[in-house]
Design a protein around this ligand. Sequence first.
Ligand SMILES: Nc1nc2c([nH]c(=O)n2[C@H]2C[C@H](O)[C@@H](COP(=O)(O)OP(=O)(O)OP(=O)(O)O)O2)c(=O)[nH]1
Ligand SMILES: [Mg+2]
Length: 127
Amino acid sequence: MLVRVAAGIILRDDSVFIALRKSNQHQGGLWEFPGGKCESTESPESALSRELKEECGIVVTESSFFKTIAHDYGDKQVELCFYKVTKFDGEPMGSEGQQASWVPISDLSSYDFPEANKEIVADLLLS
Ligand SMILES: Nc1nc2c([nH]c(=O)n2[C@H]2C[C@H](O)[C@@H](COP(=O)(O)OP(=O)(O)OP(=O)(O)O)O2)c(=O)[nH]1
Ligand SMILES: [Mg+2]
């Protein structure tokens, strides 16, 4: 099963907004950049805006494509399109009851992310 996912690296000053995946979800208990699956005819940009509205309550007003990462989890193959979200309306929160918070980019290595995110986290730590 291959799923296309759009995820937002929501940035403000030197911090990034991350959320904890619920224990019953795939890769549960790990931190993520909020986002979700692209619907069949949906562009990644549209999926990003829709998912960040649903999951974090923000309206994306400026974003730029960062990187695509393909990863095989064995039970699931994902193609993750990461976008940097640099402007948005509203204050992000965990709208679906998930734990979420702003963390300094320099602290990202203290959080456990899914395997597919390791390269992105490394890129951010270097930037
Ligand atoms: N959103 C997000 N998903 C990630 C990241 N890293 C990573 O491996 N994934 C994987 C976990 C899931 O298999 C998939 C995303 O699916 P999802 O569960 O967020 O999708 P969704 O929001 O549409 O959720 P649902 O309604 O189908 O439960 O991508 C990440 O940083 N952000
Ligand atoms: Mg999601």
